[in-house]
Design a protein around this ligand. Structure first.
Ligand code: LLP
Length: 435
């Protein structure tokens, strides 16, 4: 019998059984009532580094990466981690050492990658690359540009010509498939700004074929994020194969196919398919195709390898709602405010006291500043709460709104911990301003 870590109460409140959730998440366990994350007590993390604090498990990160390389072992492949999910240099270095390449979307992300490795395994996605971005990427000698517009072909061709280089390119196709995810993170439908439409694709390839400073190497797509089933991946692959067949007939030969990222994770009670299930569905067609496979996962590598620790500063019961005001906010973790995404919030220390229904909120002056609504928790001022699934699109989307220093980041590994980014100091916040 499976025991769900979550129950929904009639009034809409959400009770997350912390012990059961910890059992469901690898590298989390309660020892004598205290939550340990990859062998490190959350109490110790708070004592040493303070809160709010992001912590990532190196073991979990590497295990997630390994699940991809194992699942696609049967074919030639390259996993390019989507840097935007979490761009801390220690995360990038860990993945680079394990063999990952990188999917980048800006010059800044490429500059980060170059701090830890070379650009040989970098693919460059992004809808609005400038001549300056392209020049920088060509100088770094990235593996390939994932081109998102026909005019971008001209710009790349021109810059490459000026630099006496040949640019390797792939066209990002918008396959017009429904990723069945939140509209803000769906990218592969025809009304999204991303990629070149399926209809224009062949003409775009023919155009690229005739540009002297380009070498066509691939085809790619990315249809959205937090996909929970295999349908979107499968439909997109079919659309790409159809195009590849047409291109072959026209004498255009590709070396790789890149299916983007997008595999979802369990935040609370979602049931995403596993990497293995995706591989099982795609591999027969990919084997037949015989092209090298590129994938660009972000969230599924880092989300559940990370947590955000926060302290309850104020408890404010009212006639209508009980508010638990914590020292993290939408500035540190914007996902609940931006996508109304539900992320699990569990106590760092188990309590037997009576629980109540709380909205867990930050101190930012906006009513969208919530981290979790209607959560059944037993709370006291000073308690530490742990938001799980926070390794992806957590720190990388953090900002300084309300003049809040961004939190520190810590890597934990098998009972050890080390600081991988200092907490911002107050005077960091205006150091570049001129009076
Ligand atoms: N490749 C491309 C071209 C992308 O645009 C993205 C994500 C990925 C790969 C990685 O997708 P993943 O495997 O992480 O799903 N901030 C949102 C997610 C935005 C995703 C944007 N693109 C969130 O917090 O849910």
């Amino acid at each position: 019998m499976t025991f769900s870590p979550v129950s929904h109460h009639q009034d809409g409140a959400l009770y997350i059984n912390p012990q059961a959730l910890a059992n469901a998440l690898p590298y989390f366990e309660y020892i004598n009532g205290t939550l340990y994350f990859d062998g490190v007590s959350t109490h110790t993390l708070k004592e040493i580094y303070g809160t709010p604090l992001y912590a990532y498990s190196q073991r979990a990160l590497l295990a997630n990466y390994q699940s991809y390389t194992d699942a696609f072992d049967a074919i030639d492949h390259q996993i390019c981690y989507a840097v935007k999910a979490n761009s801390n240099l220690a995360i990038l270095k860990t993945l680079a050492k394990a063999g990952a390449g990188f999917d980048i979307v800006s010059k800044g992300e490429l500059a980060r990658v170059l701090q830890v490795t070379d650009a040989k395994k970098v693919v460059y996605s992004g809808v609005g690359k400038t001549a300056d971005d392209i020049e920088y990427a060509l100088k770094a000698d990235i593996h390939c540009f994932n081109v998102e517009a026909i005019s971008e072909l001209d710009t790349i061709n021109e810059v490459a010509g000026r630099q006496n280089q040949i640019a390797r390119i792939s066209l990002r196709i918008n396959p017009d498939v429904d990723a069945k995810t939140h509209p803000y993170i769906s990218t592969g439908m025809k009304d999204n700004k991303f990629g070149i439409s399926h209809e224009q694709a062949v003409a775009a390839y023919m155009y690229a074929h005739n540009l002297p400073n380009l070498k066509i190497v691939g085809i790619d797509c990315h249809i959205g994020s937090q996909l929970l089933d295999t349908d979107g991946f499968s439909d997109a692959l079919d659309k790409l194969i159809e195009l590849i067949d047409t291109l072959t007939d026209k004498g255009i030969k590709l070396q790789h196919i890149d299916l983007g990222g997008g595999l979802g994770v369990r935040y609370i009670d979602e049931n995403p398919v596993s990497v293995n299930q995706v591989a099982t569905v795609l591999l027969p067609r990919l084997k037949q195709l015989g092209l090298k496979l590129y994938l660009e996962p972000g969230r599924s590598l880092v989300a559940n390898a990370g947590v955000l620790l926060t302290t309850v500063d104020v408890l404010k019961p009212t006639e209508f709602k009980n508010f638990a005001i914590v020292d993290a906010s939408m500035s540190e973790l914007i996902r609940p405010a931006l996508y109304e995404s539900q992320m699990a919030i569990i106590p760092a220390k188990l309590s037997r006291d009576t629980a109540k229904t709380w909205d867990v909120v930050g101190t930012v002056c906006e009513s969208s500043d919530f981290l979790g609504k209607d959560r059944i928790l037993s709370l006291q001022v000073g308690d530490t709460l742990v938001i799980t699934g926070a390794g992806a699109y957590g720190f990388s989307m953090a900002c300084n709104y309300n003049t809040r220093p961004r939190p520190c980041e810590v890597m934990v590994n098998h009972g050890t911990h080390r600081l991988i980014r200092k907490r911002e100091a107050l005077d960091d916040l205006w150091k570049d301003e001129l009076i």
